[in-house]
Design a protein around this ligand. Structure first.
Ligand SMILES: [Zn+2]
Length: 270
């Protein structure tokens, strides 16, 4: 089989969730066939973080992030923190995540979410790792915590601070986040017919901070809405982005591939 021309990274893909239990390896193979060369699998709790680390260890194209998602932040404890720190030492762990704040569903109390978030930011700077951030309806407190974190002396040594995944929060918060050294993940919803506002916001983001992602199994791009998302569909996100930025597909894909390599510190060789 001939090599695909373009190399993609799917920078946010929940391959360890049960939705992939029957065909996980085939899903990875299908992604590789279309040129996906790096897949970052974030954990959402201890169990999924462990599984992400194990999958990364057994598959050369897969990398892991470890962390506790804001939905489960009530579970945060000193012991939990120890376990996340132990996992952060594993090879191929390139970030702490997915962490953040979610005031839309508020499945954990906001004060618990912020405590878990701040503690995990500190873990990231202790290990010199970037963070993968989830945000829903919490951009103001989130940026407040990120500003504090970035101004902390141990974080200011870091070259890349993290990514706001599936970014849709608006133009002004993006300017501040970019100043704080953050990247922006763009996912499937940018392909939806009525996503004009999302495309407008996205078009203002700095090109050298853009990452592409699928957030599989969630948020499938058009025309797969309602189906299970897969990392190979990252090419549909890239196609839409190349239009949004009025940039040829090859340049867009190459730029986002290099951006991801810079942030996560993995090789940028195809
Ligand atoms: Zn996610």
């Amino acid at each position: 089989m001939s090599q695909p021309e373009l190399s993609y990274s799917d920078t946010h893909c929940h391959l360890i969730l049960p939705q992939f239990n029957t065909d996980r390896l085939q899903v990875i193979e299908r992604a590789i066939e279309v040129g996906v060369r790096r897949i970052l699998v974030p954990g959402i709790d201890i169990e999924t973080s462990r599984k992400a680390v194990a999958l990364a260890a057994s598959h050369e194209h897969v990398y892991a992030a470890v962390g506790l998602h804001p939905h489960q932040a009530s579970e945060w404890s000193p012991q939990y923190q120890q376990e996340i720190m132990a996992l952060a030492e594993e090879p191929k762990v390139v970030a702490i995540g997915e962490i953040g704040l979610d005031y839309h569903r508020t499945l954990s109390p906001p004060e618990k979410q912020r405590k878990a978030f701040r503690d995990q930011l500190r873990i990231a700077s202790n290990f010199g790792l970037p963070v993968v951030i989830h945000n829903r309806e919490a951009i103001d407190p989130l940026l407040e915590d990120l500003e504090d974190w970035v101004s902390d002396s141990s974080t200011s040594q870091m070259t890349s601070t993290g990514v706001l995944h599936a970014y849709s929060s608006g133009v002004d918060p993006a300017i501040l986040a970019a100043e704080l050294g953050f990247y922006f993940g763009v996912a499937g919803p940018i392909t939806y017919k009525n996503a004009h506002e999302r495309r407008n916001i996205t078009s203002t983001l700095p090109l050298d901070r853009l990452l592409i992602e699928t957030d599989s199994p969630y948020m499938p791009p058009h025309p797969f809405r309602g189906k299970r998302n897969e990392p190979r569909y990252v090419e549909l996100v890239a196609k839409q982005l190349s239009q949004t930025f009025d940039l040829d597909l090859q340049s867009l894909v190459k730029t986002t591939f290099l951006n991801a390599a810079r942030l996560f510190g993995w090789s940028h060789d195809d």
